[in-house]
Structure formats: structure tokens, C-alpha cells
Design a protein around this ligand. Sequence first.
Ligand code: ZN
Length: 370
Amino acid sequence: MADYYDLLGVPREADAETLKRAYRRLARQYHPDINKDPGAEDRFKEIGRAYEVLSDPQTRSRYDQFGEAGLGGAAGAPDMGDMGGFADLFETFFSGFGGAGGAPGPRRRGPRQGDDLRLDLTISFKEAIFGQERDVQIRHLETCTTCSGSGAKSGSGPTTCGTCNGAGQVRRATRTPFGSFTQVAPCPTCEGTGQVIADPCNACGGQGLQQVRKKLRLNIPAGVDSGTRLRVAGEGNAGQRGGPAGDLYVFLTVQTNSQLRRDGIHIHSEVSVSYLQAILGDRIEVETVDGPETLEIPAGTQPGAVLTLTGKGVPKLGNPVARGNHQFTIKVKLPTKLSSEERSLLDQLAGHHASKDHPHKSGLFGGLFG
Ligand code: ZN
């Protein structure tokens, strides 16, 4: 299905009023009772679906963030209560449109909690280790400032619902071959509240919410890793009718580092030493997340040996005093070319070893590492 905004021919920042106008115009144009072109009916349904999603600030915000994927699943399913709004709107233009008078089903009209939102954030290798304050831009729904969340145009307020006279319930008699039954159902006009907004706020279309861009300062603690989820309480979408706001969840991705590899709270890297350093031992400078440090290479260090600098790893999340280690895998460089002086010294050494330890072996490797 095409983009909902494209379908309605409105920009992404269109307000409730613009959406409604665009929808009304297109619904008239493609209504199957009027337009007999092949494809008109499908188009009509698509327009209806687009408006249904975009006219509800909650589903609109999910659609803006995740596209159609955001509308599936339990949390993302459009509130059935709002489908009725779609049908009602319709009936005002096409009286007699079949189905619009059908039972709307139970409606939830009490306080409604705002949705939780997700923000994906990529941070550097070092930021993850030592923590960082980061400013981020988010978009979420806030209580409409024009109507203070009431949904009513200023100066007006909710009025008593004419359908149920404020009771919030309607009785419906159903005749069946077994007799007549009276059903009590929430009033379809006021959704059970007993009150209606006769004159909806222009800024929010009566939903009491508006999309707002906001700058947030995130405090990323030391020791986070890819997959860490930070919760920022109350920075999700605002609730409706007095419901609490949702939370913002920040999902972190940590960039890799070309030299350092992270494994939980430990850091691994490779360090190269010469064959002489490996044999004789040395002290070398190595890179750690704390900057250059001295690593002691013991005499007789073997290729592939792992040497550890304690406490130079990653701070434990929630307990930054405890830190992991930095482990160095030792690579031993062997010369590919020898100067004549080196060659003669090594020849002497090889001869010395050959006569002493392994009379049948000779050569550099046999002598040194055999
Ligand atoms: Zn408003």
C-alpha cells in the first residue's frame, strides 16, 4: 500500500483539519456509489484506511515512526473505538451508506495511557565504555496547548450527549423468533462518556494531542553495550483524557573499533612483538581505553599467548567501580630478511644449539623453537 500521506495528498506535518478536508474530498471522488471506474472502490478503501490511521494521533505517531509495521500487533492495533469515527464521518456525507449504522462494539473512553516510543541511537565504542551525555531530538505527542487536552474549541466545552441524554448507555430492543431482548450498550455517539465535543479544537481535531519535536538530554551510563535499552520515563506519547504518558525507550547500538574488541566487560586486542622481545622479554607500550599503558612481556612469551592488564576493561553497568580486564593476544614477528650481521649471529646461535641440544637439527627455527 502506498504511503498514507501520499494517498491523501497531504504533507507529513498536515494538521487534523487539513487531513480531514483532504479525506472528505477524496472520499467523495472515489465513493463506489458515485465513481464506477475500475479500481475506484479499492482506492476508496485505501483512502479510508489512511485517514483512519492518520486521524488518530496515537496511530499516526506509530505510523510516522515505523510505517505500517507499527500498526500491527497488540500495542499497535488501531483502537477499534476510532473506526466508528470513520463511519460516522462518512454517514454525514452519504446518508444511507450501508454499514455505518452498525453496532460499533464496546468503546473505551476513559483515561488512555500514551504509547511507549522507541528511539534507536548509535554511540561510539568509547562512549559506551565511559558513558556520555547526549542531546537527541525526539518527536512525540504532547497534550494540545490550544485546548489543554480537552479537545474542545476554546470557549466551548463538552456538552451533554443528545443520543443518550448523558447516560452514556443506550438500550436497543432486538426482536428474535424467541422473543424480544433489550440490550444495554455504550452510547455510540459519546462512546460511553455521556458528553460530546460539539466544537472540536482546530489544532488537534478534538484528540487533545499534538505532535511535538523535543530536545532531550540523555545520560548514557558507563558500561552499556549494543542491545542495552534505556528507559526515559514519561517521554513517550502523552495520554488522553487524563491518562499517564508512555515512556521512551532508547535502544543502543555500539560502533565497533578496528583495534579493540569487546566481550562483555573485557576488551581484547592483538599486539605484535619481535621474536627477540618474545624470547628475551621486554616492556612495551600498548593502547588501552584509558590511553597508553605499559605491558610487561615476560621472557619466553609464546606466539598466541594472552597477557592481561587487570582493570583496564569495561566498567560494569550500574557498578562502574568494578571493571573488566584488557587481554592482549601476542603475535610474534619473525624477520623475512636478515642483515649479514644478524645472519652470522643467528648462524652462530643455530650452530651452538645444534651441537649442544639437537645434533641432527640445524637452522634458525629448529634451533630456536624446536
Ligand atoms: Zn486541541
